[in-house]
Write a protein that binds this ligand. Structure first.
Ligand SMILES: C[S@@+](CC[C@H](N)C(=O)[O-])C[C@H]1O[C@@H](n2cnc3c(N)ncnc32)[C@H](O)[C@@H]1O
Length: 214
């Protein structure tokens, strides 16, 4: 799946990623200070909507119009407020020292690693002291790694360029932790995850990171 494919997917009825927020955001939202939250690559907004429902003032950034529209519709139905912005995260200016929580759940696969590094630097600046960055991305243990090795051009370690000109990144062991080294890690895990939420059940190799701005 490439980022642009989600435009069409989110036009369908129902929620592609399910109604429930991601486990990581749900679990660590409780530990974050109160205030504003930013959800980068929010999709249809399952985490943005959850964070709004528990009292955060939420902005969600997403590159698809259909994701943004669906999030706005759901926010109205659920009577919560999400400021939904249709923009590429790589161009989005994050206000410094503003956010209690910033989430990037399964976003960094869809850009080059140096672009992810640049976004993370802005995330660090955007967090207020004590604020949390909650992030998940795919690792080299993801089954797509072998396929991409065979079918795409590897332009840098774990960064693949496909025939349509799209980049896709799979992270090496400990790499996400290293990219987030300006934050104090309070949770980090790499594991295989059996995904039954959409399409036929399938495996992913996943890295989860939660870090605090000191
Ligand atoms: C795997 S989905 C996860 C969506 C959401 N975070 C969730 O967990 O439900 C990744 C999302 O990031 C969006 N995305 C990918 N690259 C992006 C970029 N550069 N700027 C903004 N959104 C992007 C995609 O459109 C897609 O909705």
């Amino acid at each position: 799946m490439m980022a642009k494919d989600y435009e069409r997917i989110y036009q369908r009825d129902g929620l592609y990623w399910g109604e429930e927020p991601s486990e990581l955001v749900k679990r660590f939202a409780e530990l974050a200070p109160q205030g504003k939250a930013l959800d980068l690559g929010m999709g249809e907004g399952r985490d943005a909507l959850y964070l709004a429902s528990v009292g955060f003032g939420v902005t969600g950034v997403e590159s698809t119009d259909s994701g943004v529209l669906k999030c706005e519709r759901l926010a109205e139905q659920r009577r919560v407020s999400v400021h939904a912005v249709c923009e590429d995260v790589r161009d989005y200016r994050i206000t410094k020292n503003r956010y209690a929580l910033i989430a990037a759940i399964n976003l960094f696969q869809f850009m080059k690693k140096d672009e992810a590094e640049d976004v993370i630097a802005r995330v660090v600046d955007g967090l207020k002291r004590g604020g949390l960055f909650v992030c998940t991305t795919f690792t080299q243990d993801d089954p797509s790694y072998k396929v991409r090795k065979q079918k795409s051009k590897e332009v840098a370690p774990g960064v693949f360029l496909d025939a349509s000109g799209n980049y896709y990144s799979l992270y090496h062991y400990g790499e996400l932790l290293k990219l987030c080294s300006e934050l104090r890690p309070i949770y980090y895990a790499e594991y295989d995850y059996y995904d039954t939420q959409h399409g036929p059940p399938h495996w992913h190799g996943v890295a989860d990171f939660v870090g605090k701005k000191m």
